[in-house]
Design a protein around this ligand. Structure first.
Ligand code: ASP
Length: 319
């Protein structure tokens, strides 16, 4: 389905277990998305399902799938993370399982895989979100691998937009920043009616240091409820925090909406409030369906399940 500003693809029926991942909404031009993102996305869904089948945990599977995308250097997460105005990497990530357990980290700089730190918090601490230096200290203490610094691709993008900004190319720069914010990663895994969802990001290019987006906030960047469904979001965090589309989608599912209609309603409501160009969603329901929707130009996704072979697709406004 495609209206002027909203495009929704699916539902795809994956069977009694499955995974859907995304590589961010908006920035991708189709050719670029195909060239750069298909390999890591297929690797991520494969790792996710292998992990699920090995240890029966949707949470572990979401984390492993997201870690593949963080390590690719292509997406705005992990080593591909975009830089703040001051040239620093400050990452956010969060994960939730459908039994109301969640863990998240904000403005972390130390771990190569912020999603693994989020998982540690979900499984071991009585808190949900830990931020800044204390989160970095925790990452070091529990022996997580250290971030090697920004990828070459991330530095190139940052230099380009910073130069334009300093040269006073206002409108073009503003356009560019819309295009550059958006290759965050997210994943949902389910087995029967158990769900987990997560998100990981470097945030928005040239953001103010200390800025926190939607990705560590349950309900905004991700949400999961066993017996109902799950959702993960990408786009401009400042808008997503305020409409909490992931909690909204799961809420609509619990009220009997179809998966397609729940995602459509969340995108429509968000677009009514904030305009388009700022949101992408992936979602799953208790019947083994997944759906992806955007109000941006495009979003690469990967799906895999008992009844669906590993597949790479691009949800695109251009069709
Ligand atoms: N949602 C992320 C943030 O605002 C950015 C993105 O999705 O690319 O931090």
């Amino acid at each position: 389905m495609s209206s002027n500003s909203i495009t929704i693809s699916g539902p795809w029926r994956l069977g009694d277990y499955g995974i859907i991942v995304h590589g961010g909404a908006g920035a991708w031009r189709l050719k670029e998305a195909l060239e750069k993102t298909s390999r890591p996305i297929i690797e991520a869904v494969t790792r996710g399902i292998t992990t699920l089948l090995d240890n029966n945990s949707p949470l572990e599977a979401v984390v492993e799938a997201i870690a593949v995308l963080e390590d690719s250097g292509i997406f705005n997460a992990g080593i591909g993370s975009t830089l703040s105005y001051d040239g620093k990497i400050e990452m956010d990530a969060g994960v939730m399982s459908g039994d109301y357990r969640a863990g998240a980290v904000a403005i972390v700089t130390y771990p190569k895989n912020p999603i693994k730190l989020a998982k540690y918090i979900a499984q071991n601490l009585d808190h949900v979100i830990i931020g800044g230096q204390s989160a970095d200290k925790l990452a070091r203490r529990i022996g997580l691998e250290r971030h090697p610094g920004p990828s070459r691709y991330a530095i190139q993008r940052w230099n380009l937009v910073k130069k334009e900004l300093e040269e006073g190319k206002g409108p073009k720069w503003a356009q560019r920043i819309r295009e550059l914010y958006s290759d965050t990663v997210g994943a949902i895994v389910f087995k029967e009616i158990r769900f987990a969802a997560g998100a990981s990001t470097g945030g928005i290019t040239l953001k103010h240091s200390g800025r926190i987006g939607d990705s560590p906030i349950p309900g905004a960047g991700f949400y999961a409820e066993n017996g109902v469904g799950a959702c993960s979001a990408t786009g401009i965090g400042e808008t997503i925090i305020l409409t909490r589309p992931c909690a909204y989608v799961v809420d609509l599912l619990s009220k009997g909406y179809s998966l397609f209609n729940a995602v459509e309603e969340a995108l429509k409501r968000h677009t009514r409030i904030f305009g388009d160009g700022n949101l992408g969603l992936i979602a799953a329901d208790k019947d083994g369906n997944v759906v992806a929707g955007i109000n941006t130009r495009a979003m690469p996704i990967g799906i895999y399940g008992r009844e669906y072979k590993p597949s790479f697709l691009i949800v695109s406004r251009e069709g």
